[in-house]
Write a protein that binds this ligand. Structure first.
Ligand code: S3P
Length: 165
């Protein structure tokens, strides 16, 4: 089984993914880190040199490859669940949506070098956050709506325990 955490940038996917993978004794993997290793370049460099479309192709390749594994907790890049071809792959995984509030996501991402954050104003990011919600819900089996990491970890773990039975 693969458990994949989805949600907006800054929703806590990496933090919670690491907690969950430790609790389960499973491998943790982040699609962005996988792409960075694949290309030998950082995400901002890939965007700057080749553009977003090229990055989205790499993202598709990454999720196709990673979906072949087992006993993995995956953190999905915030834009990954949007395209139809990625949604098809995600159907085979146990996807959980981390529905954190925009303000808490924004606080965590505003001073980072994420290309999408650097390209947009706060208002534009808020719009993107709202537009993506439906996509995240569509691919997910379970939704955790909270801004508290400890509370989210507990809820996710309860859900996962049921799924594993
Ligand atoms: C993106 C989110 C990022 C990364 C890239 C694009 C997005 O991942 O994949 O910068 O489109 O939302 P995180 O959600 O892990 O920050």
């Amino acid at each position: 089984m693969i458990i994949a955490l989805c949600g907006f940038m800054g929703s806590g996917k990496t933090t919670l993914g690491k907690i969950l993978s430790e609790k389960l004794g499973w491998r943790f993997c982040d699609t962005d880190e996988y792409i960075e290793k694949m290309e030998g370049k950082s995400i901002p460099n890939i965007f700057a040199q080749y553009g977003e479309e090229y990055f989205r192709e790499l993202e598709h390749k990454a999720i196709k490859e990673l979906s072949m594994g087992d006993k993995i907790v995956l953190s999905l890049g915030g834009g990954l669940p949007i395209s139809h071809k990625n949604k098809v792959v995600l159907k085979n995984l146990c996807v959980i949506y981390l529905d954190s509030s925009f303000e808490s996501c924004y606080e965590r991402i505003k001073n980072t070098d994420r290309p999408i954050v650097r390209q947009k104003t706060k208002e534009q990011l808020k719009k993107l956050f709202e537009d993506r919600k439906l996509h995240y819900k569509e691919v997910s089996k379970f939704v955790v709506a909270s801004d508290n990491v400890k509370e989210m970890a507990e809820q996710i773990f309860e859900f996962v325990k049921e799924e594993l039975q």
